[in-house]
Design a protein around this ligand. Structure first.
Ligand code: PEP
Ligand code: MG
Length: 861
């Protein structure tokens, strides 16, 4: 265990800090106080010899961390370090962390057996909680444990750090599971977002947890105290390990993407018209008008418009006539709403046969008992407000917290809160939502999950809303119930007269008003063709993809987890074109060993039954800190020490991975690939490490693939690599273009920033030019080029990429069948002509138009 020395001008202060830290971390932490001077008339000061003695006393082979207060304490500590024997010096850290907070954090880390650098990192981060708390001003909803249902903090506080893996972060469903899990234990629990500082918040409050703004990859610090502190943290860890109960492919159609790819709302932004921010007055659309929205749930529907109008709710603001009666009225309305939500939950669970969609309602149930809402509402009533006014004001206040979140998906969850507001107000004021008049296509400004859950697919043929997006819970439920839906159509859809015939296309995201017979017939035929093409694609998914002129193109799958590899096999992939190995590192509390890695690679290779797999070495950076690899924060992680740069700086991490891959490659068709390559020197250094790993293993008598038998390639995702591809190609066996990063670096548009998502369009001629340059250079050197970025899954891009010289495509498992069909419909000579024209165009949109004008009719995508 790392030892800790506390240096202070005051002996009493040093002793007090030790006492406090021991109280938090346990009595057996090796902590020694070195405070004050041994002079009766001058007790305040520091003494290097005294500190050196304390270091000696605290010494362990794991090293010693010294924390000090100010001024001469630092100088004395430095002198004490000079006095420490040379062989110990490298394991002695003088740490600049704040004395009290640093000591507590360090003591807890040391007690957990963390190594010296980790203990020092913990100490340095000791102020984070306080800074976040005070800098954020008044605590938000649920920021402190409320008086209800909270366990008094007793004994030491325990901590757990978790990395949030669900693709959409801790949005309503996973946040609800988190809160429910915490609620089962007798412990006071607080959660804090460390990555985007927010909190601490009461972990029993859904509003508190959800408004921490936790997104995928964020780190959350959970502190628990009380009789069941250890149990609650174990349960939370287990929940986090299960991705908070989120299925890997949750989300709107096509949104399943491993890795930090576009998020659904960005896809929608890139693909469809903007959401109406405010409803401008609508005009009645003329017959035949096609309204464009966002695809919410697939399928074609024809039916008469049935408006679901919400009765306007006027919340009375007058004081309560009988204040004593208002509290029970509120409780009764909450209870009635709870019964409705529970009924909707049960109905969805029964109709979808699963818990996932039904889980949407768990967040609603939690809202109904969340002290962050109930406390202010009850307080308002006690202060003289009527129940409706007090409830409405409490919800509005909490909604303000949600609106401040930066993540638009999470911000959209405010609609769930609004749905509960309306439900409770409906019971208090007798204003209920409109009932459906009969069968048809439901038209509404927006739908709540409860509305959607109540729809009978036999009556509701389709859903058309003015607002909302593909990630709204109403859309998720529509998909689960198999009701075609188009969302975000704008206000004009509300001006369509009742009983007007509508033609709704949930795949294209359009609604045609009063279509002609010819329009209906054409739409039905197009839908039938799409379905047939999809069936054909699925049936032939496992067959090879051969272009119309006879060239075999490998269509592989990207995988970011063992489940992805299994999905890839089921989807008919020819192999794995990109194994993102980050999952091995990001989810582990300590560095995975060579043996552990080799076991995973061997299992995956076995599951692939002879299909090839390209293993990409770890691609993490400062944006994805690893607990066992502490790194300084970087202002621009995308431009910092990530991918191969980190691997070359930390060969203690990269070499075991290379050795593990080589071990497995001796008996399975594995290929190796390096990410984030910018220069020739990096390639040479990486290949040198591969040689070193091979030599070491051979010397140890371990079987390795024959020289040249395992292909080694690099990702082309930095413009410099694409531009110097002619120099790099002879060094390696293949290129794989990472269009996600290549696009962000070429157009200087951060792939994580929604505001520049449109700019970061991989079909931009500049990106295509770089791909063409790399593929051309590879071909000239007798090497092959693949594409493993998202662009490979874009049906419009397939002929372009093939035309640019790409001969392997690696895509998300769900896109394999469609991409193979696109390949089969492509003639390489035509594709080359198309690509030549595309690189000369002015914009991504122009490229899209060009490809569409050459589209092959019977291929679906
Ligand atoms: C890419 O950048 O296109 C790529 C495939 O790598 P990742 O998305 O994992 O950064
Ligand atoms: Mg990349």
């Amino acid at each position: 265990m790392v030892g800790i020395v506390i240096v202070s001008h005051s002996a009493r202060l040093a002793d007090g800090v030790v006492e406090l830290a021991r109280e938090m971390a346990g009595p057996d932490v090796a902590m020694v106080a070195a405070g004050g001077l041994d002079l009766p008339d001058r007790p305040l000061g520091t003494d290097a010899a005294f500190i050196a003695q304390a270091i000696d006393q605290a010494w362990s082979d794991d090293g010693v961390l010294v924390l000090m207060d100010l001024g001469s304490a630092v100088l004395s500590a430095e002198m004490a370090a000079e006095m420490t024997p040379d062989e110990r010096r490298s394991r002695l850290v003088l740490c600049e962390a704040p004395l009290v907070e640093g000591a507590v954090a360090a003591a807890v880390a040391a007690r957990l057996g963390d190594p010296l650098d980790q203990v020092a990192a913990e100490a340095r981060g000791g102020l984070a909680g306080k800074v976040t708390h005070l800098a954020a001003g008044a605590p938000g909803p649920g920021a402190e444990p409320g008086p209800h249902g909270q366990t008094e903090a007793v004994g030491p506080e325990l901590e757990l750090r978790i990395k949030v893996t669900p693709r959409l972060g801790l949005h309503a469903r996973p946040a609800a599971r988190f809160v429910q899990t915490v609620g089962q234990f007798d412990a006071a629990v607080k959660a804090q977002n460390i990555t985007a500082p927010a909190g601490p918040a009461n972990a029993r409050s859904l509003n508190g947890v959800a408004t921490l703004g936790v997104q995928q990859g964020h780190e959350v610090l959970i502190k628990a105290s009380g009789p069941q502190a250890a149990q609650v943290l174990a349960a939370v860890r287990e929940l986090a390990e299960r991705d908070f109960g989120e299925p890997p492919e949750a989300g709107p159609p096509g949104a399943s993407r491993p890795g930090p790819a576009l998020r659904p709302q960005e896809e929608a932004a890139a693909a469809g018209p903007a959401q109406p921010q405010a409803m401008t007055p609508a005009t009645r659309p003329a017959d035949g008008t096609v309204l464009r929205g966002i695809p919410g749930s697939q399928g074609l529907a024809v039916g008469d418009a049935v408006h679901l109008r919400q009765a306007a709710v006027q919340v009375p603001r007058e004081p309560a006539a009988d204040p004593a009666a208002e509290l029970p009225r509120l409780d009764a309305a909450l209870e009635a709403t709870r019964r409705e939500v529970q009924a909707a939950r049960d109905s969805v669970a029964a109709r979808t046969g699963g818990e996932y969609e039904a889980g949407i309602f768990d967040a609603h149930l939690l809202f109904l008992s969340d002290e962050a809402l109930l406390d202010p509402a009850r307080r308002g009533i006690r202060e003289g407000r009527n129940a409706a006014d007090a409830w409405d004001s409490a919800v509005t206040e909490v909604e303000g917290e949600w609106q401040r979140l930066t993540d638009s998906y999470q911000r959209e969850r405010v609609r769930d809160l609004d749905s509960i507001r309306t439900g409770v107000l409906g019971h208090l004021l007798g204003a209920r939502r409109g009932e459906l008049g009969g069968p048809g296509i439901v038209v509404a400004a927006e739908l709540t999950p409860a509305d959607t859950a109540g729809f009978d697919p036999a009556l509701v043929r389709g859903i058309a809303t003015a607002m909302g997006g593909p990630t709204s819970h109403a859309a998720i439920l529509a998909r689960a119930l198999g009701i075609p839906a188009v969302l975000g159509l704008g206000p004009d859809v509300l001006a369509v007269p009742e009983a007007t015939r509508l033609l709704l296309d949930g795949d294209q995201g359009s609604v045609q008003v009063a279509p002609s017979q010819a329009d209906l017939a054409a739409a039905e035929q197009a839908a039938r063709q799409r379905r047939e093409a999809q069936d054909r694609a699925r049936q032939r998914a496992a067959e090879p993809a051969v272009t119309a002129d006879g060239t075999r193109i490998e269509v592989a799958a990207n995988a970011g987890s063992p489940e992805d590899v299994r999905h890839a096999v089921d989807a008919g992939a020819d192999g794995i074109g990109l194994l993102r190995t980050e999952f091995l590192f990001l989810d582990a509390p300590s560095m995975p060993t060579e043996a552990e890695q080799a076991e995973v690679y061997a299992d995956l290779a076995t599951a692939l039954a002879g299909r090839p797999m390209i293993v990409r070495t770890m691609d993490v950076g400062a944006d994805k800190p690893l607990p066992y690899l502490p790194r300084d924060a970087e202002p621009n992680p995308a431009l910092g020490q990530r991918g191969l740069r980190l691997g070359l700086a930390r060969t203690d991490v990269l070499l075991p991975q290379l050795r593990a891959v080589l071990r497995v490659a001796a008996s399975h068709p594995l290929k190796l690939m390096f990410p984030m390559v910018a220069t020739e020197e990096e390639v040479r250094a990486a290949l040198g490490l591969v040689r070193q790993a091979r030599r070491e293993l051979a010397a140890e008598g371990v079987a390795v693939p024959a020289e040249g038998a395992m292909e080694v390639g690099i990702m082309i995702e930095v413009p410099a690599a694409a531009l110097t591809a002619a120099r790099l190609a002879p060094e390696v066996d293949f290129f794989s273009v990472g269009t996600n990063d290549l696009t962000q670096y070429t157009l200087a548009a951060d792939r994580e920033v929604a505001a520049v998502a449109r700019l970061g369009d991989a079909l931009h001629p500049a990106v295509l030019t770089l791909i063409g340059r790399a593929a051309g250079a590879a071909d000239a050197a007798g090497r092959w080029t693949g594409v493993c970025g998202e662009l490979a899954a874009d049906p419009l891009a397939v002929p372009l990429l093939l035309g640019l010289g790409v001969r392997e495509l690696s895509v998300g498992p769900r896109a394999v069948a469609a991409v193979k069909e696109m390949v089969r419909a492509t003639d390489l000579a035509d594709a080359a002509t198309l690509a030549r024209q595309a690189v000369d165009l002015a914009s991504a949109d122009a490229v899209r138009d060009l490809v569409r004008s050459h589209a092959v009719d019977d291929v679906t995508c």
